[in-house]
Structure formats: structure tokens, C-alpha cells
Design a protein around this ligand. Structure first.
Ligand code: MN
Length: 739
């Protein structure tokens, strides 16, 4: 390695050699030489040759222990953008392979983001977008290293630029590093950012620290000596280091947690790294023998790791002069994770993307579900990573640079309605990255999307309803038709009725209107035109009114004769007959042979509950719960009472004893992102099928209406109690159907 050409990257090569992984040194050197030639003649603002920047970034990347391709990409990360006449992605692919090109492209695409006037939610979207845009997490690692070096050299920039970069670092990149568990990078980013964002606060705390602890300059050294002497008496193989809390973490503790300077107990810390978990606890015992411990400050993150996988023992003890200090004890492996987080875990096998990789990801995410000490909303982060894996959302920019999140597969029309209803309704076209695109185009992550509107627009087209992906857009389009096109909708609605219900054709216009009008009123509308209109704009569906129209028709035209023929019986008792017959559905009906049984939707009876059969006209026997309100009402109706038959549950044979009975329930929960996942997870655990599901948000609660299939009433009760045991579930109730 004495070749003069590589003198500049000698330290980096040594770092790589010492970290125990295998590297393609020839490829790394080639990337360095290539980048150096391309950046030849370019200067940084500081006056240094430009190549110093990629070298520094590559050094930081190397210190994280990343692979050959990442180091190469670090050298090349600014070439495509800064030297467009000398190279491009195809060139990089040809020389260094598709993986390196992908990384370079990913880093190039992450543009600087103006976070100045953005709200918390927007910034969260930006972080998610960055993760989603980077199909390979190494892109984020390299970008973070790039940012570290830019922060180290930020002093050369102009004031306004400094502030913008520092703000973006504090709001976007430091939290990203934190969430990836990359402690060192996070601390460096925060320290630099704070210096530019609040120089007064930074200096005040710095001075405070120096004033209070300045006279104890040797405090940490003395501690180290004392503890080292004590540990040396044992056979434990250990590494010991001392640290002083960073200005930013003191700053944040003081400002966010509203603490005084004296309430910061972990300003000084000793870190003891040992070989085994058992030794961690042994060392802890020794420390507690040497120093008096501060009550309530012991934390065992070994048995209960933090969501970002951090493991360690923490305790706070009082040293000489009454100065408290924290002791952190962990194994070497735990230390790797603490310092480099996910980067320490990411193993890249060249080219192969196995499902095992995905499993590792998922495993890691599942650890994030637990709540973190600093309350950074792990659910949000979990969600962000789901995007990375499942890609269920697309993030696009408005021309102004705002980030809009859309469900995957959303079209330009969805985007337009997401921006504003008025934009959607006046939309005549759209552009993606400045180019005219068809309105049904699906924009990709990071695209800049623009909607062309015109006051001459005649409004949305009915076809859009089948193009749009989001319910939001669909509803808004329907609303428009409801409002603007009533006459047209009524014509459409009438023809729909005409087509679907041929039996109505024999009726006169007035009779037909009477039926439709009655049905309309039953579903809360004013008149028949309302219902026609709703059918026309899509606010009501045929399937919902089908049965109601049939019933109404039967009632008026079919049942008239039957009514007169029915003898009046007042007693609601049902006489048992001698013969019992097995029917379908696991029900035994008295005196009726081979009849078709169906379970009433109004009460969804379950095996184990008292039931009764009702002989319908032409639809077999419907089984109701005995206490079903409809049944109770019918008992006092002389016309119906004779049509009841005794019914009971058959004793099931083990083979047919399966979850086959549908029942509806309602779950009220406090809003939390993973709530539905937890509920469906609990049901999946119990092997319960969800037949249908709808949700409704009411302020900070959500109401889930679902139909599930279960075995019997005791099975159902066990499901209810399991659901009630889920955190933030307020109420679980069995519900009656709609009819
Ligand atoms: Mn750069």
C-alpha cells in the first residue's frame, strides 16, 4: 500500500483492513481514482480540492463498517450531479456495477428539503419519503455520512444557507439517524446543528458545563482509574471509557423536560464493556459496592431492550465530592449495536436478496413496537418501515415542494382531489416532472406532480369513478355529481331500476314510484327522485336496496291474498310436534322435514342460544334468537305467529364443529396506528375469519364494525374477552344486523 497515488486514502484503507470484513480493495481504489479525476479542478467553498469531500464521506462510511459498494458509492456520490459532461449513471453501471450505480442515484435524488415553514406532520412525511425513496437502506447511510461532513464544514457557507441546512439536519437527518440507532452520527449532527440554530443556548450550556464541572477536570480520569483498579482484581476482560454528555443532550433535557442543570444526573458516564451478559451483572454488583447508588436510576435494558435494539445496564451512583455519574455496562456485541444501530446488523450479500433479509427487517421492526423512553412515536417509525418493505404509499411533491402521501397506485386525479376538491373538479390535465401526463397516470415516489385546471372545465367525468384509487377522490366526484347533475342522475337512476328489477315493469309509473318512494323513506331519503339521484351518482348501490324493493313489492302485490287466508291465532306458544328432523346448518326443526334453513341477519344466532324458526314464504325457514326484537314483535302479530316453529341446535359431530356462524360486533377503540393490526392479529391467533369490516373515525376514537365467523356462543364470548384485553380497546359489543 505504499503506492503514492493512494496516499490520500491510506487511513481509510487501514480502517477497512482493521474491521475484520473482506473488501475488494482494487474496486475501492478504482472508485477513488475515478472520482478524483472527475472532480479535478473543482474546489469547495473552503478552497480545498473538491475530492476532499468524497474522501471524508467515504471515511465515515468506512467507520460504520459498510461494504465495498457503499464505500465506492461514497467516493462517487457527487459525480453524476456535479460532472454531468464527464459521466452518467450508465458509465457508473458499466465500470462499478448496477449496485453502486443504484446507490449513487439514490443519494443524488435526495435533494435538500426546505423544512422552515413545515409542520411536524410534513416533516414526518419527509422522513418517511426518504426511507421510501431509498429502496436500499445503504442510500440513507451514505446520505447521513454526506450530511455529517457537510455539517463539519458548514462554517464556510453563507448565513442563510447555514441556517436552512442546520434546520434540515435537526428535523430530518438527526431523527433518521436516531431511529436507525446510529448514535454517533446522530450526536455529531445534533451538536453541529445546535451551534448554528441556537448559538446563544449552545454557548450558555457549554459555559455552564465548564463553570460547574471545569474545576473537576480530572473527575472522569480519576473515576476511570479507580474503577479500572477494582476490576483488575477480577478475571473479567473489560474495556473502560468515560464520556461527558453532549451539549445538545443537556440542552434538550433542560428545555424539553424542563429540568434544571442540577437535575441532570448522567452528565458524566462511565462505559464498561465486557464479554458476557453474566459479567455485566457481576460488574454492576462491584460498582454498587464501590459507590452509593441513586435510587430509581437503575435500568436493565439487557432483559428489556429499547425499541431500537439498544441493550445495556444503566445505574447512577455518587462519586467523590457528591458528583453523580452514570455507569453503562454492556457486552461488545451490545456496544456495536448501540453505536452503529441497524448499520451493524445489515449484512449485504452481493446481489442476492433472500427472504431471510426481509425476515431480518421484520424482526427488527417488531422490536420497535414497544414504547421508547423518549416517546418518539415508534408506531410512526414502524409505519415508515412498512412503507419501505411493502411500499403501500407513494410520496410525491407539489410544485411548491410540499410532500403529499398517496396510497400506492393513486392516479393524478387522486392527487388533484387530495390537494383540494376544487382542483379535482376543475382538472383538465396534469404534469409529472414537468411533462404532460395522462390523468390516469400513476406518479412514482419523489415525482413532482402538477395539476392543470381550467375554469372552462365541465367538471369530472363519470369514468373517473373507475379510474381513481382513493375513496376520498371517489366521494368527492360523487358529491359533485350529486350536486351538479341531479336531473341527469335521476334519468340514470331510473334506467338502473328498470334494468335490475324487471318485475316492476308491469306496474304503472305511479305504482312504481310509490314503491321506490317507500323504500327511499325507509333508508332516510325524502322521495323517489332522491333515490334515483343517489343511484345515478353512485351514492347508493343496487345491492343495498334490492331486498327492500322486493319486500315492498311482495307486501303490496303478493301478500294481499295470503293475508286474508291466514287464520288468527293469538297465543304465541308454539306447539311441539313429535317428530324432529335434522335440517341444514346444524339445526333441528320440529315437524318440518328437509327444510332449508338460513340464519337471520337481524340477530345472527349462535349455537348455545335459544332459537326459534320462522317459516318464510319461499325462502325456507329462518332461524332467529328467541329474544330477537323482531321475533318478539312478531309474536304479538296474529298474522305471523302461526308461522313459528320450534328449533334447537343439533349436537355437533366433531368434524362438523367448525367456526361457521357469522355474527356481528362493534369495537370502540382509542386511535392508534397499529390498533387494527392488533385486533386482526388477535383474531388471527384464535383462527377467526373476519367476514366483513368497516371503520368509522369519531374524533380520537375509531369504531370497527365487523362480522366474524365463530363456533358457538361460548366461543364468541371468549373472543369478546380476548378483544377486550387489547390495550386501548374501550368497548366490545355484539350488534344486531341492519335488518
Ligand atoms: Mn456530497
Amino acid at each position: 500500500m505504499t503506492d503514492e497515488k493512494y496516499l490520500q486514502i491510506e487511513p481509510l484503507l487501514n480502517t477497512l483492513k482493521s474491521n475484520g470484513r473482506s473488501y475488494d480493495f482494487e474496486k475501492i481504489k478504482e472508485a477513488f481514482v475515478y472520482a478524483k479525476e472527475l472532480h479535478e479542478g473543482q474546489m469547495r467553498l473552503s478552497g480545498e480540492p473538491y475530492i476532499m469531500h468524497p474522501i471524508s464521506v467515504a471515511e465515515i462510511v468506512a467507520s460504520l463498517g459498510l461494504d465495498t459498494d457503499s464505500v465506492c458509492a461514497a467516493f462517487l456520490h457527487d459525480t453524476v450531479e456535479d460532472c454531468p459532461d464527464k459521466t452518467n449513471l450508465d458509465e457508473i453501471t458499466r465500470i462499478f456495477g448496477a449496485d453502486v450505480a443504484l446507490l449513487v442515484d439514490g443519494v443524488t435524488k435526495i435533494k435538500s428539503i426546505n423544512v422552515e415553514d413545515k409542520e411536524e406532520a410534513q416533516i414526518e412525511s419527509i422522513r418517511k419519503m426518504l426511507l421510501a425513496m431509498s429502496k436500499d437502506i445503504r442510500v440513507i447511510f451514505i446520505k447521513l455520512c454526506d450530511r455529517v461532513h457537510n455539517m463539519r464544514t458548514l462554517y464556510v457557507k453563507k448565513d442563510a444557507k447555514r441556517r436552512a441546512t442546520a434546520l434540515e439536519t435537526m428535523h430530518v437527518y438527526a431523527p433518521l439517524a436516531h431511529r436507525l440507532g446510529m448514535q454517533k452520527i446522530k450526536q455529531e449532527l445534533e451538536t453541529y446543528a445546535l451551534q448554528y440554530l441556537d448559538p446563544i443556548g449552545y454557548n450558555e450550556i457549554k459555559a455552564h458545563i465548564e463553570e460547574k464541572y471545569g474545576r473537576n477536570v480530572n473527575f472522569i480520569e480519576n473515576l476511570q482509574t479507580n474503577v479500572t483498579d477494582e476490576l483488575a482484581k477480577t478475571s473479567i476482560n473489560f474495556t473502560l471509557s468515560g464520556r461527558v454528555k453532549t451539549v445538545y443532550s443537556v440542552y434538550r433535557k433542560m428545555y424539553n423536560q424542563n429540568k434544571s442543570f442540577d437535575e441532570i444526573y448522567d452528565f458524566y458516564a462511565l462505559r464498561i464493556i465486557v464479554d458476557t451478559e453474566l459479567e455485566c451483572y457481576t460488574v454492576l454488583g462491584l460498582i454498587h459496592e464501590m459507590y452509593k447508588s441513586v435510587p430509581g436510576r437503575f435500568k436493565d435494558y439487557i432483559s428489556t431492550p429499547k425499541p431500537n435494539m439498544y441493550q445495556s445496564l444503566h445505574t447512577t451512583v455518587i462519586g467523590k465530592d457528591g458528583i453523580p455519574f452514570e455507569v453503562q455496562i454492556r457486552t461488545r456485541e451490545m456496544h456495536q449495536i448501540a453505536e452503529y444501530g441497524i448499520a451493524a446488523h445489515w449484512k449485504y450479500k452481493s446481489g442476492e436478496k433472500s427472504t431471510a433479509d426481509i425476515d431480518t427487517k421484520l424482526d427488527w421492526i417488531s422490536k420497535l413496537i414497544a414504547t421508547e423512553e423518549e416517546a418518539i412515536d415508534p408506531e410512526d417509525f414502524m409505519h415508515a418501515f412498512k412503507i419501505d418493505i411493502f411500499h403501500d404509499e407513494t410520496f410525491v411533491f407539489t410544485p411548491k415542494g410540499d410532500v403529499i402521501a398517496l396510497p400506492l397506485g393513486s392516479t393524478l386525479i387522486d392527487f388533484a382531489y387530495k390537494i383540494h376538491t376544487g382542483v379535482g373538479n376543475k382538472m383538465v390535465g396534469g404534469k409529472i416532472n414537468g411533462r404532460i401526463a395522462p390523468i390516469d397516470s400513476v406518479p412514482q415516489n419523489g415525482n413532482i406532480v402538477e395539476i392543470i385546471t381550467s375554469n372552462a372545465s365541465k367538471g369530472p367525468s363519470r369514468d373517473w369513478l373507475s379510474i381513481v384509487k382513493t375513496g376520498e377522490a371517489r366521494n368527492k366526484i360523487r358529491q359533485w355529481f350529486k350536486k351538479e347533475k341531479r336531473a341527469e342522475n335521476i334519468v340514470v337512476g331510473k334506467s338502473v331500476i328498470d334494468k335490475e328489477f324487471s318485475y316492476l315493469r308491469s306496474l304503472s309509473e305511479d305504482d312504481r314510484t310509490a314503491i321506490i318512494s317507500t323504500v327511499a323513506k325507509r333508508i332516510g331519503m325524502t322521495d323517489a327522485d332522491d333515490l334515483y339521484n343517489a343511484l345515478g351518482y353512485g351514492g347508493a348501490s343496487i345491492s343495498k336496496i334490492e331486498k327492500k324493493i322486493r319486500d315492498e313489492y311482495d307486501k303490496q302485490y303478493k301478500e294481499k291474498d295470503v293475508k286474508e287466508a291466514s287464520p288468527a291465532v293469538i297465543e304465541p306458544t308454539i306447539a311441539p310436534t313429535k317428530k324432529k328432523y335434522k335440517s341444514t346448518g346444524g339445526v333441528i326443526i320440529d315437524g318440518e322435514e328437509g327444510c332449508v334453513v338460513k340464519f337471520a341477519k337481524c340477530c345472527n344466532p349462535l349455537p348455545g342460544e335459544d332459537i326459534v324458526g320462522f317459516i318464510t314464504k319461499g325462502y325456507g325457514i329462518s332461524i332467529h334468537k328467541l329474544d330477537c326484537p323482531n321475533v318478539q314483535a312478531a309474536f304479538s302479530n296474529e298474522e305471523y305467529v302461526t308461522r313459528f316453529v320450534k328449533a334447537e341446535w343439533d349436537t355437533p359431530s366433531s368434524s362438523s364443529y367448525r367456526a361457521a356462524y357469522e355474527t356481528s360486533l362493534q369495537i370502540l377503540v382509542t386511535n392508534r396506528i397499529s390498533m387494527l393490526a392488533e385486533i386482526s392479529g388477535a383474531l388471527a391467533d384464535m383462527k377467526i375469519d373476519i367476514v366483513s369490516l368497516s371503520t368509522k373515525n369519531v374524533e380520537d376514537t375509531t369504531l370497527f364494525n365487523m362480522t366474524i365467523a365463530c363456533r358457538d356462543v361460548s366461543h364468541f364470548n371468549s373472543i369478546i374477552s380476548r378483544l377486550k384485553s387489547i390495550k386501548d380497546v374501550i368497548r366490545v359489543t355484539r350488534t344486531m344486523g341492519t335488518r
